[in-house]
Ligand binder design. Structure first.
Ligand SMILES: [Zn+2]
Length: 133
C-alpha cells in the first residue's frame, strides 16, 4: 500500500505543511544501494550515464507532488565538481527536462542537492533531489 501525503493545515503558520511520517522508516538497516541496483538490475542501459531514480520514499505523491533523484554518474560517489564538462552538461539537460516536465503539472518545482554519508544509510551518494508541489 502506498503511503499517502496528507497536507496538514498549520493555523499558527497559516499554511499547509507536508505530513510524511513514512519517511521516518526509510532504509533503516539496509545497506544495498538503490542506484547501483538500477545498473546491476538493468533499469538503466549500459550507455546511460545520467538518470532519474524515482524517490523510493517521496515526501509528496501525485496528485500533490512528485519526487525524484537525479543520478549524476554511474559512479555516483563522485561529486558534481568531479564531473567532466560533458557530464555536467548531461546533468543540466536532465535538470532542464525534469523541470519542464514537472512545471507543466505543478505550480512549484524545487531542485536541490544532497550529498554525503549522513543523508543515506549505507551508501554515499551525490545527486540532485527534485521535490515538486
Ligand atoms: Zn551505489
Amino acid at each position: 500500500m502506498q503511503p499517502t501525503t496528507p497536507l496538514v493545515w498549520n493555523p499558527i503558520l497559516r499554511q499547509y505543511l507536508v505530513n510524511a511520517p513514512h519517511r521516518m522508516n526509510r532504509r533503516e538497516g539496509v545497506t544495498a544501494c538503490p542506484f547501483c541496483a538500477d545498473i546491476t538490475e538493468g533499469r538503466v542501459s549500459p550507455e546511460t550515464q545520467v538518470w532519474l531514480h524515482p524517490n523510493d520514499f517521496p515526501p509528496l505523491q501525485p496528485p500533490v507532488g512528485e519526487a525524484y533523484v537525479v543520478i549524476y554518474s554511474r559512479d555516483h560517489h563522485r561529486t558534481f565538481i568531479q564531473l567532466t564538462v560533458d557530464e555536467v552538461y548531461a546533468v543540466t539537460l536532465l535538470w532542464r527536462d525534469l523541470y519542464r516536465d514537472l512545471a507543466s503539472r505543478y505550480p512549484t518545482v524545487m531542485i536541490f542537492e544532497n550529498s554525503g554519508e549522513s543523508i543515506f544509510v549505507g551508501c554515499v551518494q551525490n545527486s540532485t533531489r527534485a521535490c515538486i508541489r
